[in-house]
Design a protein around this ligand. Structure first.
Ligand code: CAA
Length: 389
């Protein structure tokens, strides 16, 4: 066992962390700036990440995954995001929002047919809850799925779908009984190659630009009943349970971004000189570094704690909503704090595209927004503490 004391790591954990670190340095670091600039989807590196087992880390080997635990997942994701958060987003959605949902709620047929291909990285998986008029208030969606014999017919427009333009399979949430509000939501596994599915407007984004985000459109899209995930009306709960897992992924992503920005700042403060001394010797810079480091280590504790809670839940079935939301809230706000300070410490060079620091700053912002804004995390945490839900 190794690790940082509070969180002992096994040799398997060390191995995947090192493998992800090496892979990110060798394969992603040389292309990250270029793909950020063009916004192109990095298919080749994502395919290789599948071969490395990074696209289905917690999926059992019999279904094409790496068969590892929740801690292995956050360690690998943190390392990928330390080099490029866009690759991390694609990895996170594939692992937590697609594979985790099918593993937890899918039938044996669904696990074999859909999860295997996604976990091994041969195709990409996505998750679609949000709509143009339904974001934080996720229970108010308008798109409709209507039962027709042994099929459902899906119509509507979903938005902000990570990997929407490139995914082969998407877990999609639609209303089957609008009068029941959130209890009328049902989940489906959509095969994007069937007629009636279309990719809508692509989102031009501030950060994580190499990840593809778009609307998806359904026009009389027909799928068989066996492609429904869970029971009719169970969709909202499935969406929430899956987001608990997803939020730990985003927290690990935020941790990785913050670490990258901090390490760059530390190195710069040691070498850059002004007024006859290293800038790190000025209290204005050194105290910033102290705050950055402290918040990063606090984030790490929350992220690893949430990963352990998720792992325990596989045995006990207990929810880890609180641990996941606290980790996401704190780690994402830390990523913003740290990357903001990193740009400031680097001065003009922090604002220049010659260094990755400005990219870290742009990439950090989304972690406070997607998979539940910071305001939603505060709502979830306070409701849990006050016993309101
Ligand atoms: N686990 C299990 N059940 C849960 C749950 C959880 N984590 N959270 C809520 N539920 C259940 C409740 O127990 C309740 O059950 P009953 O019907 O039996 O009463 C039901 O779900 C409704 O819960 P609430 O009354 O709390 O629902 P609400 O409407 O007040 O709001 C919310 C809940 C937390 C605000 C929720 O709407 C939410 O998380 N909103 C944010 C949505 C979000 O994160 N969207 C991001 C989408 S993904 C993305 O960003 C794109 C991408 O591709 C990455």
């Amino acid at each position: 066992m190794t690790g940082n004391g509070l969180f002992p790591l096994t040799s398997e954990h060390e191995m995947i962390r090192q493998a992800a670190r090496d892979f990110a340095q060798k394969e992603i670091a040389p292309i990250a700036a270029e793909f950020d600039e063009t916004g192109d989807f990095p298919s080749a590196t994502i395919r290789k990440m599948g071969e490395m087992g990074f696209m289905g880390i917690e999926v059992p080997e019999e279904y094409g995954g790496a068969g590892m635990d929740a801690m292995a997942y956050v360690l690998a994701l943190e390392e990928i995001c330390k080099v490029d958060a866009a690759h991390g987003t694609i990895m996170s959605v594939n692992n937590s929002l697609f594979c985790h949902g099918i593993l937890k709620f899918g039938s044996e047929m669904q696990k074999q047919k859909y999860m295997g291909a996604v976990a091994s990285g041969s195709v990409i998986g996505a998750y679609s809850l949000t709509e143009p008029m339904s974001g934080s208030d996720a229970g108010t969606m308008r798109s409709r799925a209507v039962r027709d014999g042994d099929d459902y017919v899906l119509n509507g427009r979903k938005s902000w779908v990570t990997s929407g333009p490139v995914a082969k399979y998407i877990v999609v949430f639609m209303m089957t009984q609008p009068e029941k509000k959130h209890r009328g939501v049902t989940a489906f596994i959509v095969d994007t190659s069937r007629p009636g599915f279309g990719v809508g407007k692509k989102e031009p984004k501030l950060g994580i630009r190499a990840s593809a985000t778009s609307e998806i459109v359904f026009e009389d899209y027909r799928l068989p009943v066996e492609d429904r995930l869970g029971e009719e009306g169970e969709g909202f709960k499935i969406a929430m349970v899956v987001l608990d897992a997803g939020r730990i992924g985003i927290a690990a992503q935020a941790l990785g971004i913050a670490e990258a920005a901090y390490e760059a700042s530390l190195a710069y403060a040691r070498e850059r000189e002004a007024f006859g001394q290293k800038i790190g010797e000025f209290q204005g810079i050194s105290f910033k570094l102290a705050d950055m480091k402290t918040r990063i280590e606090a984030s790490r504790l929350l992220v690893y704690n949430a990963a352990l809670a998720k792992e325990r839940s596989k045995q006990t079935g207990e929810r880890y909503t609180l641990e996941a939301s606290m980790a996401k809230l704190f780690a994402s706000e830390t990523a913003m704090f740290v990357t903001h300070a990193a740009v400031q410490i680097h001065g003009g060079m922090g604002y220049s595209k010659e260094l990755p620091v400005e990219r870290y700053f742009r990439d950090a912002k989304i972690t406070e927004i997607y998979e539940g804004t910071s305001e939603i995390q505060r709502l979830v945490i306070s409701r849990a503490e006050l016993g309101l839900r």
